[in-house]
Ligand binder design. Structure first.
Ligand code: BTN
Length: 277
């Protein structure tokens, strides 16, 4: 009986055929699908390391039903259980070099937000720089990693890792239960294949859109602008922990904060973790 209950609560298992059909519409794309993997970002990195020509990996997408060592920003773990979430990494090899991976994270957050709104009819908000929230709980995270060409020192490709909690997970560890939410509370008719395809398609579309417009959309969805935040510097020898007000996000996706003494600072996503009040 217990098993039956569980089965009923499952989101639909990944339909590989459906996934292939969708991805046939996206020229040059290739999918790598795993029931379980350590981390889709780590796998993407290995593909890039082994490639003779990394351009051929543009639009490759690594998808897993669960991860055993999912990674988040700032070295954190990303809880990636089977059946209630999706985990994917997009390999992006643009024509020009990448100068600001944080901006790719911001664009990806807007792309993901658009797809969730369109398919699930809910309105997630963005917590700078890489998290999506719904009803005060985190429903998705994005980890962008640059792939560095050690000969030229340039970032030639980016891996955009996206993890989304679609449904509530009954087995969620207690320490996460208060902060981790999901898009839906019940089973829904959107297949994982469709959701993943729409995310990837929207990602490549948004990367060619006008940058100022995308940043404006990012700011409109940001729930920390105008609020008091606690900034934790993660780089030793810098500022430690301090209070500030988030006042803007600039065109490079840096967060502009105002300190108690009236001065402003532009925060880089790799350097701080934020706690909204
Ligand atoms: C964060 O919350 O700080 C970012 C989480 C990113 C998780 C995704 S899941 C797919 C991809 N593979 C990983 O190991 N991490 C990203």
């Amino acid at each position: 009986m217990k098993l039956h209950d569980k089965e009923e609560n499952r989101i639909k298992p990944m339909e590989l055929n459906e996934l292939n059909e969708y991805f046939n519409q996206l020229s040059q794309s290739k999918i790598h699908f795993f029931k379980t993997i350590d981390s889709t970002n780590t796998y993407a990195k290995k593909l890039l390391e082994q490639a003779d020509n990394i351009c051929s990996l543009n639009k490759n997408v690594i998808i897993a039903e669960s991860q055993t060592a999912g990674r988040g920003r700032l070295g954190r773990k990303f809880y990636s259980p089977a059946q209630t979430g999706i985990y994917l990494s997009i390999i992006y090899v643009p024509d020009e070099k990448i100068t600001n991976p944080a901006k790719i994270t911001a664009f990806s957050a807007v792309a993901l937000k658009r797809v969730i709104e369109r398919l699930y009819k809910v309105n997630p908000k963005i917590k700078w720089i890489n998290d999506l929230y719904l009803n005060g709980k985190k429903i998705a995270g994005i980890l962008t990693e640059g792939f560095v060409n050690y000969t030229s020192g340039t970032i030639d490709a980016a891996i955009i890792g996206i993890g989304v909690n679609i449904q509530n997970n009954a087995e969620i560890p207690q320490d996460l239960a208060a902060i981790v939410g999901s898009i839906c509370s019940n089973e829904n008719s959107i297949t994982n294949a469709r959701f993943i395809f729409e995310i990837v398609n929207e990602f490549f579309k948004i990367m060619s859109e006008n940058s100022d417009d995308v940043i404006s959309e990012y700011k409109e969805s940001s729930f920390i602008l105008g609020t008091k935040i606690t900034v934790h510097s993660v780089i030793e020898s810098t500022d430690g922990i301090y209070e500030a007000t988030a006042i803007d996000i600039d065109n490079e996706a840096k967060l502009i904060v105002k300190l108690a003494d009236g001065s402003t600072k532009a925060l880089n996503s790799g350097e701080v973790s934020l706690h909204a009040e």
